[in-house]
Design a protein around this ligand. Sequence first.
Ligand SMILES: [Fe+2]
Length: 281
Amino acid sequence: MKNNSSGIPQRVAIRYFIIAGIYIYVSDQVLLHFVTDAEVLGLFQTYKGWGYVVVTSALLYVLLNNQIKKLSFEMKARKKAEEEILASRDELSRAYDETIEGWGNALHLKDDEVEKHSHRVIALTLQIAKKLNLDEEALAHIKRGALLHDIGKIGIPDSILLKPGKLNQEEWKAMKKHPVYAYKLLDPIDYLKPALDIPYCHHERWDGNGYPRGLKGNETPLPARIFAVVDVYDALTSDRPYRKAWSKESALDHIKKERGKQFDPQIVDIFIEELKLDTNF
Ligand SMILES: [Fe+2]
């Protein structure tokens, strides 16, 4: 909406000038027409001067009042329009997030164990991200990315995904494609592009021996480095079709052992501290 407030002084001055000019001209003509005596004319000129002050004061009041009312109406209309835009943006954002949850749930239909732990993994990932002072926007992308971290598995056949035993070499090769499938799925969606770090990079390793791209150290985006630690700990402490859950102590020992190998050392240190405070894990 166009802001007209800067033109108000000019508009008021022009209207004031026109109306005051007309008043002076017309009142002078009336006086000259009806009053011929110079002394009486002088007296009437004094009255007319006072009349001028009264009329122009009233005129200024009306002109300014009208402009202020108009401006106030425009500001209210603008505020309402802005609120409507924000509301529809919130609604759209909610709809997107519900869609993301739906996609995440679609994956859980294939694997019950994943669903049980998914929300705790997201919560602890966000907790560590907050410790690292990531802002609200980054946290929102991390949450979406964590929800969709294994979305690429929709491209993996159930025979591999739900196999009770260990995967053979060919099956592992197929399984390792899920981050790339996630990239292909999410990258064309503008809203989800900033959430891609976790789905695309959560199997990268600090030492560069991960997949799909073999990123090393800080080359792996921070959200994925955080998620990798939480995800592995969570996976180890959960029952899987091919093995029983590890004890918390054994899982933590494994995380510590992989500090600086599979995992970012700084993230492991924060993870250990946060784990002490988190009774859910
Ligand atoms: Fe994965």
